[in-house]
Design a protein around this ligand. Structure first.
Ligand SMILES: Cc1cc2nc3c(=O)[nH]c(=O)nc-3n(C[C@H](O)[C@H](O)[C@H](O)COP(=O)(O)O)c2cc1C
Length: 195
């Protein structure tokens, strides 16, 4: 079974992470969830979802999911010897982005990202901030040069979204596409370019 780590931070847009996790679980992928304390607070503020309560419901439906303790550096995902296939951080705050680019590994989320880098594993960072200052841009460039996929939470409009769900699905679909995980979350350009 494939294993993917999903990191959630205190940037705006945790609704993307919720959708992504549900999609990964439907595809029989084992998901490790790591959420920062600020991530939990912003999620509750934006979506009214309490991460711990939401996870209880998730666990009733799926066996292949684990909510990690952000302070538990003894977790499997803190070690390079525990094989996971990819890590996605969404939404990624500029604070966490900076920590990762500096090689700080003080919590489990940053440590798992650091492990992804040192083990040359797939790492997708979905930053959310606007406007971006030079520090943000330099951090993204540095990570991009190390092979990290920087996939901003920027929905397109060429697929003619009709709802917020369509916008969320576009970003999540782009992440799945980037991992070569088949999905029909948004209409691919090839399907309607000759309409
Ligand atoms: C409602 C709300 C929305 C926020 N949105 C963003 C954001 O989109 N991007 C960002 O970098 N920080 C955002 N922040 C600030 C981060 O939460 C803050 O920098 C925090 O220290 C990030 O911590 P973390 O990376 O440990 O989760 C937001 C804060 C709040 C309260």
């Amino acid at each position: 079974m494939k294993k993917i780590v999903v990191g959630i931070t205190g940037a705006s847009g945790s609704i993307y992470a919720i959708r992504l996790i549900e999609e990964l679980l439907k595809k029989e992928i084992f998901v490790h969830i790591i959420c920062t304390d600020n991530g939990k607070k912003v999620m509750k503020y934006e979506t009214s979802i309490d991460l711990d309560e939401w996870f209880i419901g998730l666990k009733e439906k799926y066996d292949h999911v684990k909510l990690e303790d952000i302070d538990n550096l003894f977790s499997g995902v803190a070690s390079g010897s525990y094989k996971f296939d990819a890590m996605i951080i969404l939404p990624c705050s500029m604070g966490t982005l900076a920590e990762i680019s500096m090689g700080l590994a003080k919590n489990l989320l940053c440590r798992a990202a650091d492990v992804s880098l040192k083990e040359n594993r797939r790492l997708i960072i979905v930053p959310r901030e606007t406007p971006l200052n030079a520090i943000h841009l330099e951090n993204m460039l540095k990570l991009s040069r190390l092979g990290v996929t920087i996939l901003p939470a920027v929905p397109g409009f060429y697929h003619k979204p009709q709802s917020m769900d369509d916008l969320i699905n576009f970003v999540v679909g782009k992440i799945l596409d980037s991992l070569s995980i088949e999905n029909t979350l948004f209409t691919k350009w090839e399907d309607h370019k000759n309409d």
